[in-house]
Design a protein around this ligand. Structure first.
Ligand code: MG
Length: 387
């Protein structure tokens, strides 16, 4: 018989797997050395620097899935509220597993800071525009440039001067860059796995948006409850349970109950699977984790199948739906046209962006300008163009 506290600590990992806190630790180092703060850890300072950055505030004006053009709603997620939901989920996982919570918070807050306006359509359009110049757009690498260069708040250095641990997590958020093709990223230990604090952000991100997009898609009238109930057995099982428990509740509240339980089931499974992987692979130290053959923050096989089903459902019924396809076409037209116009005559850029042309070249400087924009800002530029 296990007590409640025993079953809770069953998730806790060996303490040696958490990234250590301390100003002499390698991952706490900054490019420009700074004296330690009197009472805040280095990662807590980083989380605060990100929270206070201009690029962070602009997330409020960037599309997550639904732009204001596509749907007039005060309730659908922006990239900012999505980011806060990822932070909530990731902090829960980190504190339950006994990982470094301030590091996880910093990584969650920064994870989407490199996203251009118009959601994923905007990112694809910007990438496409740069390809004509032999370049490409990558939101992880763009986020790294924001925090190392573009944010100007401090008199002593450019950028936010974040710790190596946070910068490594930004670089390794969602993909692995081969060391031989990215020599400029050598300081980020590309041949090693990232710590668990960084590994879990990617999956917390997915848990957050898969459940939220079902909710926002229903609220927008693009998704139908009957289709979700039909095609997603994880959801329909939880919806049936909720209906049994609250027979008089309206479908809207039963849906919320089911989505809440779905999020809970995904998060619980993630923690169980991480704990199981650590045990099965005899991972006892951060070094073991870093030299494991692959990342271990993932869902169990059966829950992974639910994740795949949910994602496939959202692609088929929401992300590629006619209402969002029209948004996609608009994003491509606006970004491609403005990119071409400004690339042809970079004197049209604001002076601080013109100043970057000699360092970055015209196409990159134009892309950086566009990537920093909110949806409303680029729409205004588009209206000026049409005049
Ligand atoms: Mg995200």
């Amino acid at each position: 018989m296990t007590s409640h506290s025993d079953s809770h600590t069953a998730f806790a990992l060996p303490p040696a797997l958490a990234v250590p806190t301390g100003d002499s630790e390698p991952l706490s180092q900054r490019a420009f050395p700074e004296p330690p703060h009197a009472y805040r850890s280095e990662f807590a300072r980083d989380a605060a620097r990100i929270l206070h950055a201009k690029a962070f505030r602009r997330l409020a004006g960037k599309t997550q899935v639904f732009s204001r053009r596509a749907i007039e709603s005060d309730h659908s997620r922006s990239r900012l509220t999505h980011t806060l939901e990822v932070s909530q989920i990731a902090r829960t996982v980190a504190s339950t597993l006994g990982l470094n919570v301030p590091l996880v918070e910093a990584l969650a807050l920064v994870h989407d800071i490199g996203h251009p306006p118009f959601g994923h359509a905007g990112e694809a359009a910007l990438d496409q525009a740069l390809r004509a110049h032999g370049l490409g757009f990558d939101h992880n690498l763009h986020a790294l440039r924001i925090v190392t260069t573009f944010e100007e708040r401090y008199a002593g250095f450019r950028g936010l001067n974040l710790t190596l641990g946070v910068r490594e997590g930004i670089v390794k958020h969602s993909r692995d860059y081969p060391a031989d093709r990215f020599p400029e990223l050598a300081e980020y230990l590309l041949n090693q796995q990232p710590p668990l604090e960084a590994q879990l952000i990617d999956i917390a991100d997915e848990i957050a948006y898969l459940t939220a997009d079902l909710e926002d898609g229903l609220a927008a009238g693009v998704l139908r409850l009957a289709d979700i109930d039909d095609q997603l057995p994880l959801f329909s099982g939880l919806y049936a349970e909720a209906r049994q428990r609250y027979p008089a509740a309206p479908p809207r509240l039963l849906t919320n109950e089911a989505l809440k339980q779905m999020l809970n089931a995904l998060v619980t499974d993630l923690m169980q699977e991480i704990a199981a992987q650590v045990k099965a692979r005899h991972i006892a130290s951060l070094e073991d984790l870093r030299h494991a053959p692959h990342r271990i923050a993932r869902l169990s096989e059966s829950m992974e199948e639910h994740r795949r089903q949910t994602k496939a459902f959202l692609y088929a019924n929401l992300y590629l739906s006619p209402v969002l396809e029209a948004e996609h076409d608009h994003a491509v037209e606006v970004i491609q046209t403005l990119f071409n116009e400004w690339t042809a005559d970079p004197r049209l850029l604001p002076s601080d962006h013109i100043a970057r042309v000699s360092e970055e070249g015209v196409p990159r400087a134009v892309a950086d300008y566009i990537a920093g924009m909110t949806d409303a800002y680029i729409e205004q530029a588009w209206q000026n163009h049409l005049r």
